[in-house]
Design a protein around this ligand. Structure first.
Ligand code: AMP
Length: 712
């Protein structure tokens, strides 16, 4: 609701009210009712100003009578800070994920199977599959008591403080909702999706770009990220909304079906998506899916499909669940979205090793949840194979999280006289020749001193997977390179706060004067640079940007040579013996350290205090997991570790980490939204560990100490 000046002077009321407790209660009911009309029904009856006036009176009364303050009051949406961590919440009923139907035929096959299994006619409820983050809301005696994320389905995170700030979440159930409960003590857990509307997502990303921060990839990540803020005031500013569509235990309500449940949810005050259909036949289900696919792009929020559910609760109980998902529901996923747009130009990007990549510069177009303005064309051969030319109308495809792709031109729309694209002869950054090496698809800028390569190397060093210098984004690094304050990665560590504070951002203020970075950002950057010195050796090795040395190779090298000095002295043969390092990589590493300039940079990094030796070598950690292969799937939400980080810690205990599940796999660790690897583990009888098990294992140091059964 828009903030407006109040027309009401609350100070007067607070003094004159004869029964403040009754008045407070009345105001709360009134405000709840109008919030409900505004957020859940989208049908306000009073103006924003009148609403604000009611809120102002309530605030004033509560200030005058602090004993009347109640957590369920609409004034109490923003509470204190979340502690260091979001507390784990064990779900009383598991939060399942859904099986997918990837096309309409698979959907038909599913509806038919369900009808056969039921042995009678089946009604289906179709709902939009909201692309947000799952949420469980628990009400005790009608009052919002807990909000939890799905986590791994068994254990989620307590995000109550943040969910309270989401304005369409009722802090109290409406009376009609309480009356609809089987035991009307007002205790119930409902479930749904918290999401960020497209417009708010765009605004958030525009603000992030203006502040030099990384944008969110899609509204789902933005919603999940906003929910995991330590400061609820930030969550409040993020414009999250909910759609509620489920109940943890359907026996808690008098409803007999999903359709009746949706009605009960509406009556209880929840925001329920209006785009739902009760279908009597598979053909109707199919028609609903088709109609939704058509209007998807005009919805103000992202959806990635349609969820089809068996309507009757009795029938749902008969059908039951698999290990991962209910048998009575399926998610029909939309095919990857395709759009046409103009290919304005093909530019080239110079990578940190000099590799030249052609990039399609497109008229910005919204595809599957984000705006696409650039797309890699990979290499010259690809440009020719697809025959895309500047001036063409091209088809761009993207599915959810997937990187956008230019499929090809619409030939009938090709203007006359457009020429096939050719690789430029010289590097756009330094003017050196571009050459194609024998037997390689890639073209390279051969210069050792190319500013574009330097920029990429610097960005790579600062990136999250490498040294993780928070805030050191493209804009700032580009200015540091241009102003010659930084040439190589070691130069970061001699930057002073003054140098950073006075760095020109390239923007000007209203008076036409250049805007400087300023002391606040400068102080943060200096602290972030300082903090990066402590990253482990593996990250330093990855960060150096040695050709072919990715994150995993960095870890393998650090495990084999726990000190930079030993690594730099290793022969090509010794390097090639390291697990995961073949001849090509060994040669590349040797070539890197045979270059005097590179060695000088590494030595300078060492002098500046950057890690050159790991305090704990692989030898010191007991190798209790030697010979056991782990496969990680899904995301580790509780610990916030990436899979790579978790994998590295398992490897440090001697384990092998593999990307695919086989009979030989020792354990599969399944995080949130675990996929097909989980299914495969179950079908092969490979034991599955939860994130909590993994954390216990890492903490305890062995399977036995963690109470995890060893496999024969
Ligand atoms: P997936 O993560 O692809 O397995 O899909 C399952 C998730 O879809 C659930 O955990 C919910 O968070 C989400 N979802 C979105 N809309 C709905 C809906 N209408 N009904 C059920 N689940 C939904």
């Amino acid at each position: 609701m828009m903030e407006q000046e109040s027309m009401f002077d609350p100070r007067m009321a607070a003094e004159t009210v004869s029964d403040p407790a009754a008045r407070v209660e009345k105001l709360r009911r009134e405000i709840e009712h109008h919030s409900y009309l505004y957020y859940a029904q989208d049908a306000p009856e009073i103006s924003d100003a009148a609403f604000d006036s009611l809120m102002a009176e309530l605030r004033e009364l509560e200030a005058a009578h602090p004993e009347l303050i109640d957590p369920a009051s609409p004034t109490q949406r923003v509470g204190g800070y979340v502690g260091e961590q979001f507390a784990p919440v064990r779900h009383a009923q598991r939060m399942y994920s859904l099986d997918n139907a990837m096309d309409l035929d698979e959907l038909d096959a599913w509806t038919q199977r369900v009808i056969e299994a039921a042995g009678r006619a089946v009604e289906f409820v179709c709902e939009l599959k909201i692309d947000g983050s799952s949420i469980a809301l628990t009400y005790d005696a009608g009052v919002l008591a807990k909000a939890a994320t799905r986590g791994d389905g068994t254990t989620g995170e307590d995000v109550t403080v943040n969910m309270r700030t989401v304005r369409d979440v009722p802090l109290r159930l409406r009376d009609a909702g309480v009356a609809g409960l089987a035991d009307s003590d007002g205790s119930v857990e409902v479930r749904g999706e918290v999401y960020m509307p497209k417009a708010s997502f765009d605004a958030l990303n525009a603000a992030a770009a203006a502040n030099g921060k990384a944008p969110f990839a899609n509204p789902r990540n933005a919603a999940a990220g906003s929910l995991r803020q330590k400061d609820p005031a930030i969550t409040k500013g993020r414009d999250l909304s909910t759609f509620i569509y489920a109940i943890a235990d359907e026996r808690a309500v008098k409803a007999e079906s999903q359709w009746e449940l949706l009605q009960w949810l509406r009556e209880s005050g929840f925001h329920v998506n209006p785009d739902v259909a009760l279908c009597a036949t598979p053909a109707e289900v199919r028609a609903f899916c088709e109609s939704v696919a058509e209007k998807r792009s005009v919805l103000p929020y992202e959806i990635d499909g349609v969820v089809v559910k068996v309507n009757s609760f009795a029938m749902q109980r008969e059908l039951g669940f698999t290990a991962k998902a209910p048998r009575w529901a399926i998610a029909y996923k939309f095919p990857p979205e395709e759009k046409t747009t103009l290919l304005r130009d093909i530019t080239v990007q110079v990578g940190r090793t000099g590799a030249i990549t052609p990039v399609a510069e497109l008229d910005p177009v919204r595809v599957a949840g984000s705006t696409v303005a650039h797309a890699t064309l990979h290499n010259l051969d690809e440009v020719h194979r697809k025959d895309v030319r500047v001036g063409d109308t091209v088809i761009v495809r993207k599915a959810g999280d997937v990187i956008p792709e230019v499929l090809g031109p619409v030939l009938s729309l090709r203007p006359e006289g457009v020429l096939a694209w050719e690789m430029p002869a010289t590097c756009p950054s330094c003017g050196s020749p571009i050459v194609r090496e024998e037997g390689e698809a890639a073209f390279r800028c051969v210069s050792m001193d190319c500013p574009a390569q330097a920029l990429e190397r610097l960005l790579h060093w600062a990136s999250r997977g490498a040294m993780d210098i928070d805030g050191m984004g493209e804009e700032i690094v580009a200015r540091l390179v241009e102003s010659e304050r930084v040439r190589d990665v070691a130069d970061y560590y001699s930057l002073t706060e003054y140098e950073l504070a006075t760095l020109e951002t390239g923007r000007i203020n209203k008076e036409g004067e250049p805007i400087h970075l300023g002391s606040t950002i400068a102080a943060k950057l200096v602290a972030a640079i300082e903090a990066s010195k402590a990253r482990p050796l593996a990250r330093v090795l990855f960060g150096l940007g040695i050709r072919h040395v990715g994150k995993t190779t960095g870890e393998q090298l650090a495990a084999a040579f726990p000190s930079m000095e030993r690594l730099m002295a290793a022969s090509e043969e010794e390097l090639a013996e390291v697990d995961g390092v073949g001849g090509v990589i060994a040669r590349s590493i040797r070539a890197f350290f045979d270059n005097a300039d590179n060695c000088e940079v590494v030595h300078r990094l060492g002098r500046m205090g950057v890690t050159m030796e790991d305090a704990h070598t692989g030898d010191e950690i007991p190798q209790t997991l030697a010979g056991i292969t782990f496969v990680l799937t899904g995301s580790l939400v509780e610990s916030g570790m990436t899979r790579d980080e978790a994998g590295a810690r398992l490897k440090a205990m001697g384990a092998k980490v593999s990307g695919s599940v086989s009979k030989k796999t020792g354990y599969v660790v399944a995080g949130e939204a675990a996929g097909s690897k989980y299914d495969k583990a179950v079908s092969l009888g490979v034991p599955v560990l939860t994130e909590a098990d993994l954390l216990r294992l890492l903490e305890a140091g062995s399977l036995e100490a963690a109470g995890i059964e060893a496999r024969e």
